[in-house]
Structure formats: C-alpha cells, structure tokens
Design a protein around this ligand. Sequence first.
Ligand code: SF4
Length: 211
Amino acid sequence: MNDEPVRIGGVVPLTTVDFPGRLACVIFCQGCPWRCRYCHNPHLQSFRPWKEAKTPSWEEMLVFLEKRQGLLDGVVFSGGEPTFQKDLRRAMTDVRKMGFDVGMHTAAPDFDRFSRVVDLVDWVGIDVKAPFSPKYHEVVGTIVDPDNVRKSLEFLIANGISYQVRTTCHPLLLSGQDLADLQGQLQKMGARPSIIQEFRREGCLDPELLI
Ligand code: SF4
C-alpha cells in the first residue's frame, strides 16, 4: 500500500464533460496544499484519506481500467491536487500503456512538480484562481507564489499542449475588476481567456460564502 503512486480519494467512472472530446473516467487524488475558501471537495484536501473512504488502490484502479479498454478514451487525474501525489508520473505511464489519453486538472501550485509530468498529458485544465497579484493568497487561503501558476501556463503555451484555463468566481472573493485584470494578464501572455465558472455551493464549508 505504501508503494501506491497515487492515493485515490474518489472515482467518477464515466464523464463526458471533464476531458474535452473524450469519454473519460476521473480519478480524484487525495491531498492538496491549498485551502481555497470555495473548495467543493474539502474532503480531498488532507493528504490522509478521510475515515469513511472506501476507495480503490492503484492496482484495483488498473483492473477497473483494463475492463474499460475500448470503451473509454481517456483518464483524467483530478483532485485534490494531482501533481502533489507521490508518483503521478508512474500512474500516468501505466494509464498511457493501456492506450488511454491522459487529462489533468490542476491548480499548478508548484511548477517543478507540474513540469515533471506534463509531457505525459494530452490536455490540461488549469485553474487560475485570481489575477497574478496578492489577491491570489486571499482566494487560495494560504500564502502562495502565483508565479508557479504563471510559469506552468507559459509552459503549456510554449510547448503547444492543449489546455483550458478556468477561474471560479464568488463575488466576495473576485470583483468584476479582478476578472478583467486576470483576462488582461492572460491576453498579454498569449493565453486563451479563462472560462469563468460560477461558485458552487455543494461541499463548500465557508459559511460566509454560503450567505
Ligand atoms: S486547489 Fe482545488 S482541491 Fe485544492 S483547495 Fe483549492 S479548490 Fe480545493
């Protein structure tokens, strides 16, 4: 069990919306270094599995995927934060060997970790949480270096890797001006505009955001 390349916090066996153009399965990785106030998967933040979790081991996941060969196009590693897993590269390699395309949802908290796996990824959904400014800390709930996100996005652009930028918006956290600043920064980088996603109440534990 200690040799698990990824700790699985949940699985969606079939999705048509999480990996553009592909029928996919989503693997939610357990653990995230950030504490976004609007997080709708707070049970995936801790790097330890939550008590009631009955989630598959990596070996069990591979058995499941074997049965889906020819039925699914891809596998998405989501989170939590997949790049903080012990050996995401090994897990992605296993999945690729089975013939699946690989997608990744990431907030890119650490450029080095991101760049260690991204060559194995066919599509990245990258969360850009706020304009690249001190605003980032407020949204993410901890002190971070948003340059990691910026460098990760620049890497995707420079290497022609397919991606989508997404930003979750709650009016208490991001103003219209913040969103305009963000889109302006993305444009200057030559990135696609961010897709603005409305805050979802499900799972959010911050009472102030739920009012
Ligand atoms: S980066 Fe994602 S998983 Fe981590 S706290 Fe923020 S919303 Fe939750």
